[in-house]
Design a protein around this ligand. Structure first.
Ligand code: ZN
Length: 167
């Protein structure tokens, strides 16, 4: 059974998640959390990304499905202790959905491009420059790390998503 994805009334989704201590990266407990995130995400056909809080761990960590990144991407993208270091002024209104807010879709204003700095599973720092869908996902996930749901930011609700995806 994949881990249960918590829904919007779960209080952990409203917490500011804590940084992952880098000395924990090689522990069985942390590796199990990463594996559980991948399993939970893989079990959702329309899932594109997931944050640790969504399966009950208030840590600054999220996983992006490889299908979002492209066929050349062999594995999920793992972001540990991510921060947005650059954000384009240009914004877009984008359709959004969330694995923790099932059945609800809305338009959210997001920066068109962001650069995210994070640590990988080896503790190495990297920076990912993203635009379009991936930039939207990064902003949605980092909001999760800060206890924010997309429904807090929705300016217009949609009765039906054109291309449903859940983050
Ligand atoms: Zn979400």
């Amino acid at each position: 059974m994949p881990p249960t994805i918590l829904q919007k009334d779960a209080s952990i989704l409203r917490q500011i998640a804590e940084a992952v201590p880098l000395e924990n990266l090689k522990t069985a407990e942390f590796l199990e959390l990463v594996a559980n995130l991948k399993t939970a995400l893989a079990a959702e056909p329309d899932g594109v990304a997931i944050a640790a809080a969504q399966i009950g761990q208030a840590l600054r960590l999220f996983v992006v499905a490889k299908k979002v990144v492209g066929p050349e991407q062999a594995d999920e993208l793992i972001f540990i202790n991510p921060t947005i270091i650059k954000r384009a002024k240009k914004t877009k209104m984008l359709e959004e959905g969330c694995l923790s807010v099932r059945g609800v879709y809305g338009l959210v204003k997001r920066a068109a491009k962001v650069s995210v700095s994070a640590r990988d599973l080896n503790g190495q720092k990297f920076t990912y420059h993203a635009s379009g869908f991936l930039a939207q996902i990064f902003q949605h996930e980092i909001d999760h790390l800060n206890g924010i749901l997309f429904t807090d930011k929705t300016s217009r609700w949609l009765t039906r998503a054109v291309a449903p995806h859940h983050e």
